[in-house]
Ligand binder design. Structure first.
Ligand code: GLC
Length: 546
């Protein structure tokens, strides 16, 4: 059976603000991306997911859209976007857009109209409600801390709903016109030739009721808007009315708070083609509670949740990093002695999983978290409010609160300007101050350096990507967990009578491995010499079993 594009190609996520700044204004842009298409081609990826490039005041770095039909002038023009699609197509690379439709920016004309005129039809595009006495209309929390209701200035006891920052008012999916507007946006970009959409917080768009939520410290109200039947219906409608009219296009959902059963339902009902799970992203790889000096992380905290999803759903978006997570080598690998080995082990692990593989910019060179970021350097709106909350709840200084937030959730860690070479600003631009500071380890970690080193992380990614691109068993094979210890991830992939075994030591420990006898053929590995019956620190291999 012919595979769909999303089943066949590896997807590379670009965070446009940070990828490449072509006009030296401190912000990445579309022309910058175009200039790096040959690099992406040489990496072997087949699609690019662009984090939002639409017009936006950038309160949440583009996840607050003020015009879906315009490109943020910082990134370029619609003509640049058309050129990007064309140039990518020449290299057989498809473009995937980020679809942010749970909310708009408070600067979107619909919201501005709704504020200006109580009787405007746009009032009902959002949730405007009277407060409950002196309190907001209900007790829900915003994902970025505090109430998710903001008072409307100049109106008596009137609020609007925002599940994220107050600059991101939620759209009302009970309103038929809102659904039609979104269908128009989908068509607009599909007509331009995009291959699909990564749908932001897509399992929360339909609010069944605005009743108070059950007691919970940080996430009150979720039972009223997560994975509701209305949510499925809207996505099914997008499929039938829009997506089915185009050839080979897909939706991947960003879906927190999912069980495999609900995830599979999204796929079976063709509401989504796949989704991202968050169990492994929330694993205890960092000091969750600031008073503990030590992290209790063991590699099984990473691989067990991933395996659960691999076993229980038919397809998935597999990833270790994105623009909302810490860098994977800093989190799950080793930044010191086994830096290269651990980054390569993570690459082999990720690229052997079932589903569509997502690589995040910089992951392919072993990009790390910052070492020296301060509160003043930080741009991330979520981290700033987390610092405020931590200071209030834990009565700690700003410095202490920031240290903890930075080590656990600061999204800026993955948003640093890309490490291209060892020139000023890591080759991201010609030296203009960058919107977020450059990670100062760029002289040792960068694309140019790694391109010239046959043993680099980048060259291992290329090797592993090319291996996967040619492998039917990795693309189509079933997933089978193999018994192992807490440090070593082991699984098999099986297709017809072929079977391969993947063994990944995700720790600094050395293991005796009886099972790995010489007769088994090593197909690919991250060490140049494998010692029989020994698994070295962060050693990772794929064996042919049958
Ligand atoms: C998603 C995005 C994140 C954004 C949030 C609100 O989780 O990935 O970056 O802040 O949605 O749109």
């Amino acid at each position: 059976m012919k595979r769909k594009a999303y089943q066949d190609r590896i997807i590379y996520q670009i965070y446009p603000l940070s990828f490449k700044d072509s006009n030296n204004d401190g912000y990445g842009d579309l022309k910058g991306i175009i200039s790096k298409l040959d690099y992406l081609k040489s990496l072997g990826i087949g699609m690019i997911w662009l984090s939002p490039i639409y017009k936006s005041p950038l309160k949440d770095n583009g996840y607050d859209i003020s015009d879906y039909y315009e490109i943020n002038p910082l990134f370029g023009t619609m003509a640049d976007f058309d050129e990007l699609i064309l140039e990518a197509k020449k290299r057989d690379i498809k473009i995937v857009m980020d679809l942010v439709i749970n909310h708009t920016s408070d600067q979107h004309k619909w919201f501005l109209e709704a504020l200006k005129d109580k009787n405007s039809k746009y009032r009902d595009y959002y949730y405007f409600r009277k407060g409950n006495g002196k309190k907001p209309p209900n007790n829900w929390n915003s994902a970025f801390s505090g109430s998710c209701w903001e008072k409307v200035k100049g109106e008596d006891n009137m609020y609007y709903l925002h599940l994220f920052t107050k600059e991101q008012p939620d759209l009302n999916y009970h309103n038929e016109e809102v659904i039609k507007e979104i269908e128009k946006i989908l068509k607009f970009y599909l007509d331009k030739g995009v291959a699909g959409f990564r749908c932001d917080v897509i399992n929360q768009i339909y609010k069944t009721s605005l009743e108070n939520g059950k007691f919970s410290l940080f996430s009150r109200g979720r039972e009223h808007y997560e994975n509701q039947e209305g949510n499925f219906k809207i996505l099914e409608r997008f499929r039938k009315e829009v997506l089915d009219r185009y050839d080979d296009v897909f939706l991947v959902g960003e879906t927190s708070a999912l069980t495999p059963k609900i995830g599979q339902e999204y796929i079976d009902r063709r509401a989504l083609d796949m989704f991202f799970e968050f169990d492994h992203a929330f694993c205890k790889s960092f000091k969750l509670i600031p008073i503990f000096k030590k992290s209790f992380y063991k590699p099984k905290d990473l691989y067990k949740p991933i395996f659960k999803w691999q076993k229980e759903v038919s397809w998935i978006g597999a990833y270790l990093e994105n623009h909302d997570q810490l860098r994977s080598v800093s989190r799950f690998g080793d930044e010191k002695e086994y830096f290269k080995e651990s980054a390569k082990a993570l690459a082999l692990f990720l690229l052997s999983l079932k589903g569509t593989i997502f690589i995040y910019e910089g992951e392919e060179i072993g990009a790390t978290n910052y070492k020296d970021l301060t509160y003043e350097d930080t741009n991330d709106c979520m981290s700033k409010s987390a610092v405020d909350t931590a200071m209030k709840l834990l009565h700690v200084s700003k410095k202490r609160a920031f240290k903890w937030v930075n080590e656990t959730v600061n999204r800026d860690n993955s948003r640093a300007p890309m490490w291209w070479d060892d020139s000023l600003n890591a080759g991201f631009n010609e030296g203009h101050p960058t919107w977020l500071k450059v990670n100062n380890n760029y002289k040792n970690i960068n694309v140019k350096l790694e391109e010239n080193d046959p043993d680099s992380i980048l060259n291992f990614y290329k090797k592993m990507i090319s291996f996967r691109n040619k492998s039917d068993i990795l693309k189509d094979g079933e997933f089978k967990e193999v018994k192992s210890n807490s440090y070593v991830a082991k699984f098999a992939r099986k297709l017809n009578d072929e079977e391969i075994l993947i063994v990944v030591n995700l720790s600094k420990k050395k293991f005796k491995e009886k099972s790995l006898d010489e007769s088994k053929k090593i197909l690919i590995s991250n060490y140049s010499n494998h010692i029989n019956n020994v698994l070295m620190p962060y050693e990772a291999l794929i064996y042919k079993i049958k």
